[in-house]
Design a binder for this molecule. Structure first.
Ligand SMILES: Cc1ncc(COP(=O)(O)O)c(C=O)c1O
Ligand SMILES: Nc1c(O)cccc1C(=O)C[C@H](N)C(=O)O
Length: 395
């Protein structure tokens, strides 16, 4: 059994805060703080440019990919890190469209807007008559057809936590000749993912949420080994070149997943992420899932016993990721009042208060206490103050 009391000690958690937003930005791993200090002093400080060789900076993108691979059921050598998730979505979609003559990209209306925006931008850049079709999440299976070229989905919905059946949808799509792209932003480190067993074609994700890599931590991309040598990178930067330091005028893709690299990697963010990934040593993802479900179920039960809030997430735990949302017409103000009481979740327009459950550092007592505080705020109406209604730029 995974020792979650031990993993909790690996994180810096501010005194008096109950942190239910690790689904958006994970907390600081103590090891990341120490590693960053060391990387700054010993590597950047002392090695300067020689760090690319001496400290192995150039190899880290794919070395980190190999550390993420077991968390998402990917084959060794099939994942690399860098850039932002939006960029990785663009790369995966461009590569997938290049593998089919079909023009339709199918996604769902609940997908994270940046994924849809990147598709819209790519369609415009290609100017080849592609079309982005979005349907309600529950209509994806029935909308699959031989007209669809690429199915691009986020496994876990950022608002409701609703989880697609990756294995079933990948199988159904591939039976119709459709290429699949899975966005694992709300899955990696939240629940077991089985990319290889599901036969997924492409996947992307970020590392600043459940993987605790820090604000702006690099994204990752997976390409199934059966496809990677045929992939023609749309973002053909020099570090995806077969021989970056030959400085050839013409692009030739690097071997395997290396071709999905673009430009200079963020070495300080890599250092933090590498240290953050140490927390996963010895964690059984099935234990993690069981603990996440137990925490979420307890929270729902405690909130529903004390308030009349309406659950905006699937009722059945297996159909959710590791987050739970409730609807409230003044959700923004309620969330600000909660944050003022030390319970940190977030708000997603138009009316959702959203809570993430992260067994690596969250206890059942905290979840119960968070529900109690939420009930007190609603019961007293203390959320209805001008300062809680004033919107900030980032919600
Ligand atoms: C599902 C999903 N896709 C894409 C993004 C965008 O990621 P980034 O800001 O790293 O480009 C996010 C989060 O911001 C997300 O949750
Ligand atoms: N990436 C974020 C950021 O730079 C600022 C604030 C929030 C985020 C997020 O990750 C949002 C997140 N994808 C969501 O699920 O809403």
């Amino acid at each position: 059994m995974t020792d979650f009391a031990a993993t909790r000690t690996l994180f810096h958690l501010p005194e008096g805060m109950i942190y239910l937003d690790g689904n958006s930005l994970g907390p600081l791993p103590k090891a990341a703080q120490a590693r960053l200090t060391q990387t700054l002093a010993d590597e950047w400080g002392e090695m300067l440019i020689t760090g690319w060789n001496k400290a192995g900076w150039m190899a880290q993108a794919t070395a980190l990919g190999d550390r993420i691979a077991p968390l998402i059921g990917a084959e060794p050598g099939s994942v690399t890190c860098g850039d932002t998730l939006s960029i990785k979505v663009y790369q995966a979609l461009a590569a997938a469209l290049d593998m089919t003559d079909r023009k339709i990209i199918l996604s769902d209306t609940g997908n994270f807007p940046s994924d849809l925006y990147m598709a819209q931008g790519l369609i415009g850049a290609l100017d080849q008559g592609h079309e982005l079709v979005t349907v309600a999440p529950e209509r994806i299976a029935e909308t699959l057809s031989e007209d669809v070229g690429v199915l691009m989905l986020t496994e876990v919905d950022y608002r409701s936590g609703r989880k697609h059946d990756m294995a079933a949808l990948t199988k159904a799509a591939q039976a119709l000749g459709i290429i699949t792209i899975w966005d694992l932003a709300h899955s990696a480190g939240a629940l077991p993912v089985h990319l290889s067993t599901c036969n997924a074609d492409f996947a992307v994700g970020c590392t600043y949420k459940y993987l605790n890599g820090g604000p702006g931590a690099p994204a990752f991309i997976y390409v199934a080994p059966r496809h990677v040598e045929q992939v023609r990178p749309a973002l053909s930067g020099w570090l995806g070149h077969e021989a970056p330091f030959a400085f050839d005028a013409d692009y030739r893709p690097g071997g395997g997943i290396e071709r999905m690299r673009v430009g200079t990697p963020p070495i300080l963010q890599f250092a933090a992420l590498d240290a953050a990934l140490d927390a996963w040593e010895g964690v059984d993802l099935h234990d993690l899932r069981a603990a996440s479900i137990a925490l979420s179920e307890r929270f729902i039960a405690e909130v529903e016993a004390r308030t009349d809030l309406v659950l905006a997430s699937p009722r059945v735990a297996e159909q959710r990721g590791s987050q739970v949302s409730f609807a409230h017409p003044h959700g923004y103000a309620v969330m600000q009042a909660l944050i003022a009481r030390g319970v940190v979740g977030d708000f997603r327009a138009p009316n959702l208060i959203r809570f993430g459950f992260t067994p690596l550092y969250l206890s059942e007592e905290e979840v119960v206490r968070a529900a109690e505080i939420l009930a007190e705020i609603l019961e007293s109406g203390s959320w209805d103050r001008p300062e809680f209604h004033a919107r900030s730029a980032v919600t």
